[in-house]
Design a protein around this ligand. Structure first.
Ligand code: 6PG
Ligand code: NI
Length: 189
């Protein structure tokens, strides 16, 4: 017997999937160490803002399937650094991914284990390709929720540890009202 086809509906106004799927909620306390300005991170800790949610359609985690999900990354900053996702390599490193943006604006920052760095702008309609072997993180550089769909091979998995340790080479900050990419002083290859 074959796995049955199915639809999922993303109800954007309520930020939920139907059927509900698996929801991952990340607050500042789940990722405070990743931001540059630790003083600002600590001062926001009482409030502990919701940074992003991931709504995962439930699909088997095997190579013949395609995982797919919606991320809603809220607007905000820690100090001058924009709200962002934790960022990861896929556990199986050479698993690629596609992002399709349908609301808000942001950046997709990517890096390889050799230290190559690339970034792409995302806005409604952008289809972004994350090739095999690139760590990826999204950053909300706008003032409304940044919403995108992602699809990737079922067995890819997530490796957060390397990015927690090494960081991305660059950080995306607000500099007198402008979005700027600057060197990450804590990056260590
Ligand atoms: C994935 C996708 C994407 C990502 C979320 C949250 O591999 O599942 O890249 O769905 O997980 O945008 O980002 P983090 O997984 O880095 O927290
Ligand atoms: Ni991914």
């Amino acid at each position: 017997t074959h796995f049955k086809p199915f639809n999922t509906l993303f109800l954007e106004s309520q930020s939920i999937l139907e059927p509900k799927g698996k929801v991952i909620t990340r607050r500042l306390s789940d990722m405070a160490e990743l931001y540059q300005d630790q003083k600002s991170a600590q001062s926001l800790m009482d409030e502990n803002p919701l940074v992003y949610e991931v709504f995962n359609v439930e699909v088997p985690e095997s190579i013949e399937h395609i995982q797919h999900c919606i991320t809603v990354l809220y607007p905000g900053k820690v100090g001058e650094e924009f709200f962002m996702t934790k960022g990861h390599y896929h556990e199986i490193l050479n698993r690629a991914e596609i992002y399709f943006c349908f609301k808000g604006e942001g950046k997709l920052v990517m890096q390889t284990q050799d230290g190559d760095y690339e970034e792409l702008d995302m806005k409604p309609g952008t289809i972004s390709y994350v090739p095999p072997n690139w760590a990826h993180r999204t950053v909300n550089t706008g003032e409304e929720p940044f919403v995108f769909f992602a699809a990737y091979p079922g067995d890819a998995g997530h490796n957060y540890g390397d990015i927690e340790k090494i960081g991305f080479r660059k950080v995306i900050v607000n500099e007198s009202g402008e979005v700027k990419t600057v060197d990450n002083p804590r990056y260590q290859l």
